[in-house]
Design a protein around this ligand. Sequence first.
Ligand code: ATP
Length: 515
Amino acid sequence: MTQTDLFKRIIAHSKEYGFIFPSSEIYEGLSAVYDYGPYGVELKNNIKDYWWAAMVQMHENIVGLDAAIFMHPKTWKASGHVDAFNDPLVDNKDSKKRYRADVLIEEEIEKIKAKADKEVEKAKKKFGDSFDEALYRTTNPRVVEYSQKATAVEQRLGKAMSAGDMADLKAILEDLEIADPEGGTRNWTDVRQFNLMFNTQLGNIAGEEGKLYLRPETAQGIFVNFLNVQKSTRQKVPFGIAQIGKAFRNEIVARQFIFRMREFEQMEMQFFVQPGEEMRWYDYWKQTRMAWHQKIGTPAEKLRFKDHDNLAHYANAAVDIQYEFPFGFKELEGIHSRTNFDLSSHQELSGKKLQYFDPEINESYTPYVVETSVGADRMFLSILSQALQEETVPDAEGNDSTRTVLKLHPALAPIKVAVLPLLKNREELTNAATDVFNKLKFSFQCQYDEKDAIGRRYRRQDAIGTPFCVTIDFETLENQTVTIRDRDTLEQQRVHIDQIEGIVGGKVSMKSLMV
Ligand code: ATP
């Protein structure tokens, strides 16, 4: 399956099996807005639980918060979002399509890098075992030329973005002869700034006074509550505040399914530290967050760090954890050393002190902040991309058959156990299965299914990633045993009904992910 095919399959599978639907689909949908279906909401909740447990439950010095989406409008002035939360927008005059100029340039950089990689691949095939890739990359003239060009464009882009130099972004588009990916022409408008915040009006207050924004990040709710939380929980620096919640951005280009949405969910943690200590904690959170991603089975080669070429106005260090989505390596999570920018700005604009008295050094200061910020939806997409697989397996008669399976970590699977009576028209079997279901539902998200042949029911559960299927047959009526089928090994074990909970519980618990 090509990567483009895989991406199409993910979108189709998400809809067919009740994970994700386009929003208001009966009205042709709403661009870049999606709804989570019955299995989608379970999977997303499990992702959020995994994050919350790893951050809040496992750290004595991290506490939770659930701040409102609406905030005082001055919040966004202080945070810099009113003045600087812009993306560089460019239109193609022929196709009338709208793009982010920086994204067009980044895609071009990837193409240049891919050319270098292609040369390396060719040489690898030619020279076989004796090939020294590192040497080739630094000495082959063509590879060196591509790499230098990519680096030079990266640096120029970084500089133009930091300086807000729209004219230079246009010049880069022209110098690299970048064409509209859809229309193919190079007939671009000037590049201009576009603010990404949605706004709305408070009650009956007209004009600027009543103008509210839908929060573009959850972090500011944490900053303005910094002292409330610190005082009410008696936390000592270093400590963190974690929050999961909706954020809204009027994204210019939003055509990668749930990768870039206009309404999405963030899982953010702000870690408050003594000034000067931020780099140590930045490194700590980089490693800790990378390990969190790998624990659920995401292979290390699918994840990488990517330092920011141009730092945001508030940061003194920033890195992305990128995941290799079907459309390439892209940001999954951001880790930012935000200095004391936010707390200082809020202090200035509100006139309220946001300082911490540190008993260890007998001094008051405005703490520095290291932030980890991961999108719940992007996490969802990365997990689905990883999990969706097609396999050839033996069917009931031992012949080869293809199955679509979601190889989700059992702790994240939407349904943990499916309870299946062998036949639906034998009351003694359906009654026994209902009893098992009613017993297990107190511990796990279960599903009872009696429709169709057992093989088809197994396939349906494979397609939604259910790690265990329990089948109730005639032997169950005699000796209280059932078969329990493992999604991945396809092995069927005969066990006593009382053992099911232990077997399932051992595999689906989040505990194994915490140690
Ligand atoms: P990008 O460069 O892809 O636009 P960003 O750098 O603006 O992302 P941050 O502001 O660092 O993103 O937000 C933190 C996290 O929130 C991101 O790593 C991502 O997982 C998620 N996120 C940001 N924007 C969106 C969006 N429009 N849709 C879904 N998730 C998003």
